[in-house]
Design a protein around this ligand. Structure first.
Ligand SMILES: [Zn+2]
Length: 233
């Protein structure tokens, strides 16, 4: 019977090929979303094992964080960039969960998350979330949560005003554009907690900086940061 099943499976995959979301090649039967080659070849920063790493340095003099890390590099033409595009613009949410799971297990086994109480995703503006149907940072957070065994809190931090599209603005303009756009809904939920703030990709760091400033306004809160990609500026 299993032979017949395999034959049927092969027939179906001829009609509806399952493709790797990073390189576009056919997936093998035991592969899911990302082929083994891409899984191995996506470069890891290993910043979670390195104090004063470039992601931490990005926030020096800007806001108070405990530690920061990113899973991989977000470059033009990189496999990670293709994955993130498939997640955000094609709505393949499973990619976000899988990347979160993969990164969460590295963060957990290295001890990076050992004293983290809560995972808080960077909130999307409500209208953007309605258009996209989901917040990619929240999906990534759910993957990290499963691997690291830490709960996700999506209600304590939210986004208030609309900020116009950030892509063509200078760092200063982006900073002034995001300052004060986040707010805390319920201080009691996060008081004295060590929070892991999760973003999909860190570019200038201004969005994360604005979130950290808001979270740090609550008594006893400490914030660490994890992203799936960091843009090499
Ligand atoms: Zn691939």
């Amino acid at each position: 019977m299993s032979y017949l099943y395999d034959l049927w499976d092969d027939f179906i995959s001829l009609l509806f090929p399952r493709l790797c979301y990073a390189c576009g090649k056919n997936l093998l039967r035991n592969e899911d979303l990302i082929c083994t080659e891409c899984y191995v070849l996506i470069p890891r920063t290993n910043y979670h094992n390195e104090r004063d790493n470039p992601v931490e340095q990005l926030f020096w003099g800007r806001c108070r964080i405990e530690k920061a890390a990113a899973f991989s590099f977000y470059n033009r033409g990189s496999r990670l960039r293709t994955l993130i595009h498939n997640l955000k613009y094609k709505g393949i949410k499973d990619i976000g969960f899988k990347l979160g799971e993969i990164y969460g297990s590295s963060l957990s086994s290295s001890g990076f998350t050992s004293d983290i109480d809560l995972i808080v995703p960077v909130p999307l503006h409500p209208s953007k979330q309605r258009m996209r149907g989901f917040n990619q940072s929240e999906i990534i957070s759910q993957g990290i949560s499963v691997s690291a065994g830490i709960p996700v809190d999506i209600s304590s931090l939210s986004r208030k005003n609309i900020s116009s599209t950030q892509t063509k603005k200078s760092r200063y303009e982006r900073w002034t554009n995001v300052e004060g756009i986040f707010c805390i809904n319920d201080e009691a939920n996060i008081i004295n907690k060590h929070i892991l703030l999760v973003d999909d990709v860190i570019t200038t760091g201004s969005t994360v900086e604005a979130c950290v400033a808001e979270l740090n306004s609550v008594e006893g809160v400490r914030v660490s940061v994890a992203a799936i990609g960091v843009a090499v500026l």
